[in-house]
Write a protein that binds this ligand. Sequence first.
Ligand code: NAI
Length: 254
Amino acid sequence: MYQGTVMLDLTGKTAVITGASRGIGKEIAIKFAKQGANIAFLHYMDADNAAATEKELNELGIKAKGYECNVADFEASQAAVEQIITDFGEVHILVNNAGIVRDMLILKMKEADFDAVISVNLKGAFNMIKALYQHFMKKRRGRIINISSIVGLTGNAGQANYASAKAGMIGLTKSVAKELGVRNVTANAIAPGFIKTDMTDGMPEKAREATLAAIPMGRAGLVDDIANTALFLASDEASYITGEVIRVDGGLAM
Ligand code: NAI
């Protein structure tokens, strides 16, 4: 019987995913694992969720391991990646998903609130790309997927730090796409809109209702919506797409 080609197959690939102890990152890890990928994931100050995620992933029959690492810490992130390469061998896919928010108007935003969000969301992605840059160069293949946000495209009142970091990630994505394209490494960004996770559950009720009302598709996104897009970008089927930003937002930012 004709079996056809297995689509979006990641068998034998290893993915490094930051911030995968919960939310969008965890769903990306599960989705990739179900397509056969081995998973090395980073988490920070979320040990119980990380242990549960590691167990869930291993039950899918692939190799999975969590590493406690603050992506904002340059030395720690280089060391984590070194350890991952020792444990897993070749890394094929990097997903920069770890992120935090410290929302408030600039009027009230402290220097530390700005710095913290830039350090985790933007510098964290740089640190991870830097750690895998030569590895991808030498292997002459690699996939980098950065989880940005639509507010990196539109700006948002109360999110100057976060929007700056997410816009910065888009510049970072396009720069690395230009630097490593010739080495067969692609770099793309996903810009999620309003996705139901612990992060958005923490939003004030009024802000949540106003955002929902502005979504043409009339509903919040699911972690699955983002994970499906990440899976496509990680797959062989997306091998000629680089430097792209894909909004996954139900039309919110069009
Ligand atoms: P979440 O708060 O549920 O999960 C964040 C993850 O990042 C956790 O696993 C946490 O341990 C990890 N993390 C936080 N700080 C870290 C650090 N310093 N080092 C390493 N790991 C760290 O967030 P959610 O909603 O799953 O978001 C994931 C990504 O998607 C973030 O980058 C976020 O900005 C982005 N995003 C989310 C949207 C949403 O509506 N939920 C919309 C647009 C973008």
